[in-house]
Design a protein around this ligand. Structure first.
Ligand SMILES: Cc1cc2nc3c(=O)[nH]c(=O)nc-3n(C[C@H](O)[C@H](O)[C@H](O)COP(=O)(O)O)c2cc1C
Length: 223
């Protein structure tokens, strides 16, 4: 499965099988985390067998079942941390998808009472990402249209359309999709975010999806 196929296949998974994560997949996930931590400077950690984290009164309401494995998105407390978590965390999501695993970003509905990952001095936990063997297919989210989320003057290049289409498939907090992609010059793109919970995490996720859809070689970001 390519990254673009993973973008198309992904949806949030909240119901997981009671099977343990197979050892070969654990090794692959840990390898990917090492690579992403190396590239980003983040301190993302894989936590296995910790269902307590999902015992938040809203987790059940939100539909979580048998979740017990997750990634803690931890990094240095600095400007841009949330966007970085979104950008690199989503690369992890898409990698997990290629392994046939399901994921869900979780900003609020988890318990911070008994944490088993480490947060060093000068670091903080942004949010978590459940991961596991899916026990549901998930739903295709309701989506805004290309016209609603773009601003263009010139002719619209194919890569821009592909990038926006990949972004419209991205997860956003409460499916808010509060973004506009602006095509400023033939190959320059700006992303303008609205206001909402975890909006900077959404921004990082959207940049990741847009780059995969559009092809990084076709454009440069402004801002
Ligand atoms: C930053 C962020 C935080 C999220 N927090 C939660 C959460 O606390 N609980 C939950 O059930 N889903 C959460 N989600 C999942 C979104 O509700 C989901 O991505 C959105 O509804 C779109 O659906 P999809 O991912 O299936 O395409 C979060 C997603 C993002 C990107």
């Amino acid at each position: 499965m390519t990254e673009l196929e993973a973008v198309r296949a992904r949806r949030s998974i909240r119901k997981y099988s009671d099977e343990k994560m197979p050892e070969d997949k654990v090794l692959l996930l840990e390898g990917k985390l090492r690579e992403l931590n190396g590239a980003s400077g983040l301190h993302m950690q894989l936590v296995l067998d910790h269902p307590e984290t999902f015992r938040h009164f809203l987790a059940h309401y939100g539909g979580f079942r048998q979740a017990r494995d997750y990634i803690a998105l931890v990094g240095k407390t600095e400007d841009g941390l949330e966007e970085k978590c979104g950008y690199y965390g989503e690369q992890f999501v898409l990698f997990a998808q290629t392994l046939g695993l399901g994921t869900c970003w979780i900003g609020g509905t988890f318990s911070k009472r008994k944490t088993v990952f480490s947060v060093e001095e000068g670091e903080k936990l942004c949010l978590i990402l459940s991961v596991g063997i899916p026990d549901e297919e998930g739903h295709v989210h309701r989506s805004r249209t290309f016209e609603e989320v773009t601003k263009t003057k010139d002719e619209i290049p194919e890569w821009f359309r592909n990038g926006v289409e990949a972004a419209l498939l991205a997860p956003t907090a409460i499916n808010q999709q509060k973004f506009t992609f602006v095509l400023e010059k033939p190959d320059k793109v700006r992303i303008v975010m609205g206001k909402g919970p975890f909006i900077r995490v959404d921004e990082g996720i959207l940049r990741c999806h847009f780059e995969i859809g559009a092809g990084k070689e076709n454009f440069v970001w402004i801002g």
